[in-house]
Ligand binder design. Structure first.
Ligand SMILES: [Zn+2]
Length: 102
């Protein structure tokens, strides 16, 4: 059974935001500070020269939308805890960005 519900848990999102959103909540476009979460998660798909890759990587996203202008923030739904991966799944990001050595 899929452990991820189709509709998102707004209480869980609020708790995650309180814990993790430590920066400014001011919208960079309109200066509003009110955000709403979309009713369902969205997804970002693996790019393959414009082809749809069946079984390709999909990144589940929590969508936060500025209530005034619609500016949109995307958060990885796995990191927020809204999507649970089955056990034995490889780590979220298997491509680590290397730090520049100066
Ligand atoms: Zn805005």
């Amino acid at each position: 059974m899929d452990p991820t519900p189709n509709e998102i848990d707004i209480t869980q999102i609020n708790n995650w935001m309180k814990e993790n959103w430590k920066g400014s909540r001011i919208c960079p476009i309109c200066n509003n500070t009110q955000w709403s979460a979309s009713e369902s998660l969205a997804e970002l798909r693996q790019f393959d020269k414009g082809n749809l890759v069946v079984g390709g990587k999909v990144y589940p996203l929590l969508v936060l939308i500025c209530k005034t202008c619609g500016y949109t923030l995307l958060f990885n739904a796995i990191k927020t805890g809204l999507v649970k991966l089955p056990e034995n799944t490889p780590p979220l990001a298997n491509t680590q960005l290397k730090e520049d050595k100066k």
